[in-house]
Design a protein around this ligand. Structure first.
Ligand SMILES: *[C@@H]1O[C@H](CO)[C@@H](O)[C@H](O)[C@H]1NC(C)=O
Ligand SMILES: *[C@@H]1O[C@H](CO)[C@@H](O)[C@H](O)[C@H]1NC(C)=O
Ligand SMILES: *[C@@H]1O[C@H](CO)[C@@H](O)[C@H](O)[C@H]1NC(C)=O
Ligand SMILES: *[C@@H]1O[C@H](CO)[C@@H](O)[C@H](O)[C@H]1NC(C)=O
Ligand SMILES: *[C@@H]1O[C@H](CO)[C@@H](O)[C@H](O)[C@H]1NC(C)=O
Length: 372
């Protein structure tokens, strides 16, 4: 319970006066993957980034990516996969179907800084901004590599091959990575690279390796048996990740490593094969806890909305978690949700508040950042 305690049980100063920081401008930024022809009712919009207040109001489209439809030519959205915010440069990085787009926080400038073809990498699934190092880290689907580049997209380097081998079983000319990094977190203080290794049902894992040792050695497998691990975040001394659930009827959750990051044993200096640690985990939020995760589509069939991205702010008085869920089958659903922890002892649990469930406002959300 240590990590969970650190994260959410900080109600001991709840009698403190509201600090001036609550008056600062706060916003939530969403990457919306866009909607194409499959949606019902038939509607479409471009891949976009949107800004909302921390209460989910006043949605503003900051930027739109990809070609625009017109009366004679209907374009499909270019799609979005991951969003990362850089406070030091006030910029947003979006992994899209056309590569990484950098946009200023006020939406005024958008530029593709790195395309899918730079270095033959294929689709980019995950992104992380390392502020000290001034690098963006990104994970590729086809090659199963973690790479890094400067904030302007130059100097692309391979950081680590996390493919766990290539799959030659499909076709001789098509050998994708067995696993791909679906979430990346760089712990610049402690010097570790964390990633979620995703493939199919229940065979995902959370792994880490020392940042400075870019060879294949020294990998530690922290957690296994995960159904589609996604985004990873380090919050204080804790590691959190999203489990998307592979299909629409499987549970979706945000989980945490029930071990302080300072207390994970260091990899052995000589280790050459991945070391299985299998540390204990806990569930912060799951679809079993609330009916907000379920909606009926226009045929009446129940759909489960899966968690795509989350962000946690660790305030003076309490912690706030926001996450986005979506389902984009026959009917498109998207929700922005805020969570606080209420009660004490055994009755302590998450209190959910859906801040916005209007897809005109939040699109089909796949990335979420908190800016203050
Ligand atoms: C909070 O704001 C008030 C009024 O603007 C100011 O007088 C006070 O010094 C501030 N307190 C802190 C701790 O910054
Ligand atoms: C939301 O927008 C309305 C109308 O533009 C404005 O009056 C209001 O102050 C805004 N609220 C916030 C919290 O920004
Ligand atoms: C519509 O978009 C297509 C593709 O971008 C373009 O070739 C065409 O000229 C556009 N038509 C009009 C009327 O703008
Ligand atoms: C990554 O490692 C696999 C073996 O695990 C190898 O087959 C593949 O060629 C490597 N990829 C690159 C780009 O070096
Ligand atoms: C959704 O948001 C749009 C734009 O903010 C608004 O015009 C529309 O009425 C909203 N729909 C619902 C069902 O609230």
């Amino acid at each position: 319970m240590l990590a969970l305690f650190v994260l959410i049980a900080i109600s001991h100063i709840s009698c403190a006066l509201p600090s001036n920081e609550t008056k600062r401008t706060e916003s939530l930024i969403i990457l919306d993957t866009g909607v194409g022809h499959r949606s019902t009712p038939v509607t479409r919009w471009r891949t976009s980034i949107r800004s909302l207040t921390n209460r989910g109001a006043n949605s503003t489209v900051l930027a739109q990516f990809g070609p625009e439809s017109n009366a004679t030519f209907l374009q499909e959205p270019i799609n979005g996969y991951s969003l990362a915010y850089s406070p030091s440069t006030s910029s947003l990085f979006s992994a899209t179907g056309q590569g990484i787009v950098r946009t200023s926080l006020d939406g005024t400038e958008s530029k593709v800084i790195l395309t899918d073809h730079d270095g033959g990498m294929g689709q980019i699934m995950s992104l992380f901004v390392a502020e000290k190092d001034k690098k963006i880290y990104f994970g590729t689907l086809y090659e199963g590599l973690i790479k890094k580049a400067n904030f302007d997209g130059t100097d692309i380097e391979v950081v680590r091959n996390v493919s766990q081998g290539l799959n030659y079983g499909i076709a001789p000319s098509y050998a994708p990575a067995c696993f791909y990094p679906n979430g990346i977190a760089v712990d610049e203080e402690r010097g570790f690279l964390y990633w979620s290794a995703a493939k199919g049902d229940n065979d995902g894992s959370i792994r880490r390796a020392p940042l400075q040792l870019s060879d294949q050695d020294h990998t530690q497998i922290l957690v296994t048996g995960i159904n589609m691990p996604g985004q990873i975040r380090i919050v204080g001394d804790s590691l959190l990740w999203a489990e998307r659930g592979r299909w629409n009827n499987l549970p979706t959750a945000i989980k945490y490593l029930d071990r302080n990051l300072n207390r994970i044993p260091a990899p052995l200096p000589s280790s050459t094969a991945p070391a299985l640690l299998a540390l204990p985990t806990g569930t912060l939020v799951s679809s079993a806890q609330n009916k907000l995760f379920f909606e009926k589509d226009y045929t009446g069939e129940q759909q489960m909305l899966s968690i795509q991205s989350f962000v946690m702010y660790h305030g003076d008085v309490e912690s706030t978690l926001w996450f986005v869920v979506q389902s984009s089958g026959r009917t498109v659903f998207g929700k922005l949700v805020e969570v606080h922890w209420r009660g004490s002892g055994d009755s302590r649990g998450p209190a959910f508040e859906v801040l916005n469930s209007n897809t005109t406002d939040i699109g089909v959300p796949v990335g979420l950042e908190y800016v203050r």
